[in-house]
Design a protein around this ligand. Sequence first.
Ligand code: ADP
Ligand code: MG
Length: 705
Amino acid sequence: MGETFNVADIFGEDVFNDSAMQERLPKKVYKDLKRTIEEGKELDLATADVIAHEMKEWAIEKGATHYTHWFQPLTGFTAEKHDSFISAPLESGKVLMSFSGKELIKGEPDASSFPSGGLRATFEARGYTAWDCTSPAFVRHDAAGATLCIPTAFCSYGGEALDQKTPLLRSMEAINEQALRLIRLFGNTTSKKVTPSVGIEQEYFLVDAQKFLERKDLIYAGRTLFGAMPPKGQELDDHYFGTIRQRIAGFMKDVNEELWRVGVSSKTQHNEVAPAQHELAPIYAPANVAVDHNHLVMQTLKRVASRHGMKCLLHEKPFAGVNGSGKHNNWSLITDDGKNLLNPGKTPHENNQFLLILACILKAVDEHAALLRESAADPGNDHRLGADEAPPAIISVFLGDQLEDVIEQFIDKGEATHSIERKKLETGVKTIPEFSKDATDRNRTSPFAFTGNKFEFRMAGSRDSVAGANVVLNTIVAEAFAEACEYLEKDRNRDFELVVHELIKKYATKHKEIIFNGNGYDDEWVKKAEEKGLPNIRSMVEAIPALVSEKSIKMFKDFKVFTKVELESRAEIKYENYAKAINIEARTMIDMASKQFIPAVIKYTKTLADTVIAVKAAGADASVQSEALAEVTGYLAEAKKANDALIELTDKASAMGEGKDRAEFYHSQVVPAMEALRAPVDRLEMIVDKEAWPMPSYGDLLFEV
Ligand code: ADP
Ligand code: MG
């Protein structure tokens, strides 16, 4: 058994958090910094110098030798460039350790090698990283030693966002401004700030590292590109919430410890539906911190898995035939004095502010459904959304019985007079304590579900950053709030409650079609949604245009989240990322088929043929052997043909110019050709001697971790 420790002692130990700042910084400097963090006041360089010095001293005590500006370029991963603290050697031959305010607040990585979508030619390589002081710096310990990591935003020379964080921070400002404006109208004079708060549930798979290394598809693409289903999948539901096996438990213990040290409040862990699938969720935090922490979670899962002789798969669909992985984005709006604006209270029908906010969210999600869908688009998620797995690609909102009833009362009568009450849980067992049930049951099939005091956006992919989804949520809701405020501010002489009721009724009536409390996994829903006119966007390449629709461009510009040029560059990057991802997958398949499967099966046919001859020579009936040979050679020929076709199409796609057309070609031509190659190879796996098969099977990967 490993060491035990008290979580409270180690939590945040490696974070330059509020208590470290308070302890280290001179009072005035601490106050100035707090004002920057809390109110966005500008920080002068002299103050930054003091902070940098103290931060460095603190980090060195933790063993740090280097610092890095840690940022989130549009690669989907985080990036960092390390500089040590040493300054030029002194005459004595010794060095000093230094870190200036300038180095803290600004970095200058060469931006030319990061995706910019045409925002900048390669010769204009300047890009800046800028300190995000609202997400605390931390010291990371790994094989490189200890490094002071400073969360930063990443922009071009012209100030265009080249990353995920900059627009997220802008959108947080937009929603803060509009939410404050709205609650002021309802008489709130005390709250100073409204923060979108986000809790991110992360799903992942663990496989044995040795077996992982025997599969090129896992190495290059992060998912299996071939593989027949084992006799057992997830049908028994015995893995979900099942007892955590010791090897996995040891891994989770280390993950938690590392996360706690860097201030990530890892809270919940359990086995997921698919075999070898698990989930981790921290406690919610301000959106930008939550997104930073989610990157730390993903990196920590990978690093610790390797240490435990395993590999962590973050891909949305590592295995066909069992569930894929998502990232659930729980979102609410919380004031600096602790009020959650999405809390309906015990009697929602009386809570006008909440109901208006809810109606605004319905409106926002309905009007920008395609954009919200786009925010969850990445190549891996194409295998989940609208494909063989749920949630469906159709955006709808689950409200639950109680709120749907209140909304219906508004639609019918322009007001609501009662709320369905919470009931006691009746188990029929006297010794089990009684408690009140939640007002409504859950709906696990809804892509956007109200869960008591927050919305859960369940479409996001497991590997993707959820910065994009939160940028969209914050901005579309800011827009709806702004419109509602304009309406309310227009005619101050009318009875406020009446005007509010009018608005709730108006929005609820107009956008009621987006509400859906039923089973989102049902085929019936797809038909019904189509009748309602809700968009059903089944793939990433079909989703991207929503980013640059007139409606999106106008909204993002109005709320200063993206300029038109930034949006266009992002769309371009997304098309390219898609094309690159499929190209890697196709080429990996070709490699595996040409060098592993086809040669292995050819060898196997020789064994079969020799056997047929031998059996016949012995004067026995060789019909079974002959049939096996015929079947195997049949699929072999099919595989060879499909492989040749895939080679031709992939070469053609690679030769095309970058952009939308190429991405569409990969989607419409290359992807089906990949499926055509997979089918006969998977058939072969079912009938070829296991000894002759050149790599671990699904069964080996999923059930022998
Ligand atoms: P679930 O409701 O899905 O069963 P939890 O209650 O454990 O799961 O919450 C899932 C995630 O939602 C956690 O990260 C949790 O911290 C987060 N969460 C809880 N309340 C809020 C809130 N008001 N705003 C945002 N996230 C929240
Ligand atoms: Mg959840």
